[in-house]
Design a protein around this ligand. Structure first.
Ligand SMILES: [Zn+2]
Length: 86
């Protein structure tokens, strides 16, 4: 298990156990969120790093963050996540 409490696919904070993904044996994992990882596999295997970054930027813009700032943060954090850092 990772000590990092953010989803290693989409970067979502995983401070609440209810948002954790699940392994094949139904145990919880705090490496991925329930939207990315269920039952031991990725819910969306066709997801790409670019798509995750775009989604993250859209989300940040809804929270009134300027797009260039949102993009800078996404580009600095999401490629380092375990799913994309291989
Ligand atoms: Zn996720």
């Amino acid at each position: 298990m990772s000590k990092v409490a953010t989803c290693q696919s989409c970067g979502m904070p995983l401070n609440k156990e209810e948002n954790w993904g699940t392994n094949k044996n139904n145990s919880k994992t705090n490496e991925y969120c329930k939207f990315c990882f269920l039952d031991g596999k990725f819910s969306n295997p066709n997801l790409t790093l670019e798509k995750v970054i775009e989604k993250s930027v859209e989300l940040s813009k809804k929270l009134w963050m300027p797009e260039d700032k949102a993009r800078e943060i996404a580009n600095n954090t999401i490629p380092k996540l375990k799913r994309w850092n291989s």
